[in-house]
Design a protein around this ligand. Structure first.
Ligand code: ARG
Length: 388
């Protein structure tokens, strides 16, 4: 038997994979990554072992996820196609990295995942793994196995006594971590259909959110959020807290048609309360402290960075080079942003920073004005000069 490290979720697919790999003479080591999806990890671990995994790893990766994946994306201002904050996409290279580490530790020669052949996640897993260790054999059972329908998988599970709860069958495919939830399939495949309220978990319906606005202040230190309303938080706790506050105000719902890497357009719903607030606040603070050209130049970088996360290129040289550039841009991104959360909206209403480039004496039309308006005359002559 060859050893394989399987990224295991506890669902029907990855459970069937353990048995299926066994039939192909692979001994599975189940790896369960806690990225804040708030599940009963003990029972997932038991399920893996009962299904036939020879060993199970449960690793709490939340802190690493926030510090090394979520925050760099925030500093970059990375948002895919202007709407998706990349919660799912960011978790994949992290899970893949640990999968490789476990494979090395266990002297496994293969790794496996439960992604389909139509999505982006297979790309993120396999590209990351290839970049970290080309010698590992990569197995994607769902792309090649004989099951065509969920019913066939359930049959297989029953036959092999795989302990999965198939009673509460949801029509949706959901991926969750502490930075957001991604929901697709079912009625959502009709791009004309409004998402039913039942799909949401992290956000209150904006119509039912409080009738009074909630104000919050977020303080950043070099691009990283460190305080909410003057109180310090550890990174993971800060994200949880913002999810709670913003979610209660119905903030963070996204309904989009996105372009998958494999060429398919898909309809996905996202819930990302904390990400919505953080990107909004971070961008607002950059507007205050960065000079005009730094801001302009950073925009296409943000776009590129988002695309690289989406495309599974986290471990590439260019992505690391961009990290160095982005880190440099964040040196002055310290300060506080005040936001108003109200029935699904998130609006920055105040900003301050010791590095502020806003100069009241230049901007004002009041009596503190020091701007010499006469200088504008010569400037304007020269401005139009190239067109004479
Ligand atoms: N479309 C998102 C992405 O590619 C999420 C993928 C997982 N979504 C899901 N509902 N299972 O990052």
């Amino acid at each position: 038997m060859k050893k394989v490290v399987l990224a295991y979720s506890g669902g029907l697919d990855t459970s069937c994979i353990i048995k299926w790999l066994e039939s192909k003479k692979y001994d599975s080591i189940a790896f369960i990554a806690n990225v804040g999806q708030q599940e009963d990890f003990k029972s997932i671990e038991n399920r893996a072992l009962k299904t036939g995994a020879s060993k199970a790893y449960v690793l709490d990766l939340q802190e690493e996820f926030v510090n090394d994946y979520v925050f760099p994306a925030l500093k970059a201002g990375a948002v895919y196609e202007n709407k998706y904050f990349l919660a799912t996409a960011l978790s994949r290279p992290l899970i893949a990295k640990h999968q490789v580490e476990i494979a090395h530790k266990e002297k496994a020669t293969a790794v496996a995942h439960g992604c389909t052949g139509k999505g982006n996640d297979q790309v993120r897993f396999e590209t990351t793994i290839s970049l970290l260790d080309r010698t590992l054999e990569q197995i994607a059972p769902v792309r090649i196995w004989e099951f065509k329908t969920r019913e066939q998988e359930i049959e297989y599970a029953k036959k092999h006594k795989i302990p999965v709860e198939v009673t509460k069958k949801s029509p949706y495919s959901v991926d969750k971590n502490l930075y957001g939830r991604s929901i697709e399939c079912g009625i959502l495949e009709d791009p004309w259909a409004e998402p039913p309220e039942e799909i949401y978990q992290m956000t209150t319906n904006p119509l039912e959110a409080p009738n009074k606005a909630t104000y919050i202040e977020i303080e950043f230190a070099e691009g990283i959020p460190v305080k909410i309303d003057g109180k310090s938080y550890q990174p993971v706790a800060l994200i949880h807290e913002l999810n709670k506050i913003a979610g209660a105000n119905g903030v963070g719902r996204v309904d989009m048609i996105e372009n998958r890497l494999v060429g398919i357009k898909s309809r996905e719903i996202y819930e990302n309360p904390a990400a919505t607030v953080l990107h909004s606040a971070h961008q607002e603070l950059e507007a205050l402290v960065l000079d005009r050209e730094s801001m302009r130049y950073k925009q296409p970088v943000a776009h590129k960075y988002a695309e690289m996360i989406y495309y599974g290129l986290w471990e590439t040289p260019l992505k690391k080079q961009l990290d160095a550039y982005i880190a440099k841009t964040q040196e002055r991104v310290s300060g506080t942003i005040r936001l108003k959360l109200y029935k699904g909206t998130c609006t920055p209403v105040g900003r301050k920073s010791k590095y502020s480039r806003y100069k009241i004496e230049l901007a004002t039309y009041g009596d503190k004005d020091v701007f010499d308006q006469k200088l504008a005359e010569g400037f304007l002559r020269l401005w139009s000069l190239p067109y004479e």
